[in-house]
Design a protein around this ligand. Structure first.
Ligand code: FES
Length: 180
């Protein structure tokens, strides 16, 4: 009878609450505070370091190069400066473009970088290849539109062109879109 009574009593005991020890309390509190402070210090540093990488890289930036009225059907060489932001480093590159207008009056600009191994091509600079771009390094040559005729495996790249207020602006270099 007494056993039954004890069993009955124990089944009605309130559940024992596990108390947090002082040590656990201090560990959790200090740990949380440290993590919070570390995040407060680290996140701005990470953002500072990564910000320039995440920013769009001057996409759509065009440089004013030459008046439209100066462009002829004969390719002409023009040089211009391009300011480049690489992370926190600002530099200025001197670039060259061969610009002409085609029979329909469309203006385009070719990169002077040979598509064989990267030497600099010139226009009409070899008497064996009149009215062509020619590379002095290994003899690649190209048509007015930049189509490769020998040695190189691809046509010359071109610059993005924007015409505004009587001026030719050049943008980023893209694969040739003129040569079919
Ligand atoms: S780099 Fe131009 S032909 Fe080789």
């Amino acid at each position: 009878m007494s056993n039954q009574h004890e069993e009955h009593e124990s089944s009605h005991k309130p559940p024992v609450r596990k108390e947090m020890s002082r040590r656990q309390f201090l560990t959790y509190t200090l740990g949380g505070a440290t993590a919070f402070m570390a995040a407060g210090v680290t996140l701005p540093m990470v953002r500072f370091a990564v910000d320039p990488i995440l920013q769009k890289k001057g996409e759509g930036a065009f440089v004013k190069v030459v008046e439209i009225s100066k462009i002829t059907s004969e390719p002409q060489e023009f040089t211009f400066e391009l300011k480049q932001q690489d992370g926190w480093y600002l530099s200025t590159a001197n670039l060259t473009a061969w610009i002409r207008k085609d029979e329909s009056g469309k203006i385009y600009a070719l990169s002077p970088i040979c598509k064989h191994l990267g030497c600099t091509i010139g226009w009409n600079n070899d008497k064996n290849f009149p009215d062509e771009y020619h590379c002095p390094c290994h003899g690649a040559h190209y048509t007015k539109e930049g189509k490769q005729l020998a040695v190189a495996s691809k046509p010359l790249d071109e610059y993005k062109v924007m015409l505004k207020d009587d001026w030719v602006y050049l943008g980023e270099i893209i694969p040739n879109t003129i040569v079919k």
